[in-house]
Write a new protein. Structure first.
Length: 225
């Protein structure tokens, strides 16, 4: 339901703020109005899911500056840029900076609602991904340090022999740890175990190379006979 969805209206023109407030509330949204970017950054609750209608031309901080500051402060809120005549090039820069759409004044009601629909769908996707990542990290926390290391190597796509060599253990031991991981994750298919690993953010080859000095002075792994 739209009535559970919050939209921040950030514009220095009172008439625009009131117009958008009326339109959005009529469509079932909740709104918070801000007269400039500074007050928005100071007062908005960044932890509450919401979309932001952000004017390009404002005093003290323009829309692009506000957008950049949002990114630096970790505001994970979809931005829809509001532009006046002649601001299209600025709107394009805002899109390049991560805004999901731009709207020219005066606004087309249907276009505005469509943009918000995209924004809130994006928020829902992010929330679902965050919940899955949290769950996956909880699953990985069940593992011992060595089991995590083996899973990390497997998530990087390395074969058992490579992981064994880098960790200084046998291939058979790698297989044992792999079986332990599957048991603790309660999966019968190792592909499902890898999905947990990826959701938890594992699988960085760069980190593996740095941790185990792969490509450094260490000799090459022995060839199988």
């Amino acid at each position: 339901m739209a009535d559970s969805k919050l939209v921040h209206v950030v514009d220095d023109e009172d008439s625009i703020r009131r117009s958008l407030d009326f339109l959005l509330r009529a469509a079932g949204f909740r709104t918070e109005r801000w007269e400039d970017g500074v007050s928005f950054l100071k007062g908005a609750d960044r932890t509450q899911p919401a979309c932001v209608l952000l004017d390009v031309r404002m005093p003290e901080m323009d829309g692009l500056q506000v957008q950049a500051e949002m990114a630096s402060r970790g505001y994970n809120l979809p931005v829809i840029v509001l532009t006046g005549h002649g601001d299209i090039s600025t709107a394009v820069r805002a899109m390049q900076g991560g805004a999901i759409d731009f709207l020219e004044k005066p606004f087309n009601r249907e276009r505005l609602l469509e943009a918000l629909e995209v924004g809130f769908a994006q928020l829902e996707d992010r929330e679902a991904a965050r919940k899955r990542a949290d769950w996956a990290k909880t699953e990985v926390a069940k593992l011992t340090d060595r089991e995590k290391e083996v899973l990390e190597g497997l998530a990087c796509g390395y074969p058992n022999k490579t992981i064994a060599y880098d960790l200084g253990i046998s291939s058979r031991t790698v297989e044992v740890y792999r079986a332990n991981v599957m048991s603790k994750f309660e999966v019968s298919n190792f592909a499902d175990a890898l999905r947990v690993a990826f959701a938890a953010g594992m699988g960085s080859e760069k980190q593996w190379r740095e941790t185990y000095n792969v490509g450094g002075a260490k000799p090459a792994p022995p060839q199988s006979s």
